[in-house]
Design a protein. Structure first.
Length: 100
């Protein structure tokens, strides 16, 4: 079993380029965060407004430490206006229990 964690944050927008640019700004700001292994911006196939940012973390402690830190809100601020409030909450945290 892996200790890795995936964090999924749901977004919605009709302006795809604005979401992509905000994602790139956030990703640049987070490039040196300890424990962050990487992230992806995914576009929903069946919902032209739907986006998902999936980040990969070394373990839950790394994510929780960053999330509780002073830079969390400022770092992710460019994407916050696009949060998809159809989901409550608009994010999920999942631990990898098996993989191939």
């Amino acid at each position: 079993m892996s200790g890795e964690v995936r964090v999924l944050v749901y977004h919605a927008a009709t302006d795809h380029e604005s979401v992509r640019l905000a994602y790139q700004r956030v990703s640049q700001r987070m490039r040196d965060v300890p424990g962050l292994l990487g992230n992806d911006l995914l576009g929903a196939v069946r919902d032209s407004r739907g986006f998902l940012v999936m980040s990969r973390w070394a373990d839950l402690d790394a994510f929780l430490t960053w999330e509780a830190g002073p830079d969390h809100r400022d770092t992710t601020a460019p994407l916050r206006p696009f949060r998809d409030e159809r989901f409550d909450p608009p994010f999920g945290v999942y631990q990898v229990v098996d993989s191939f």
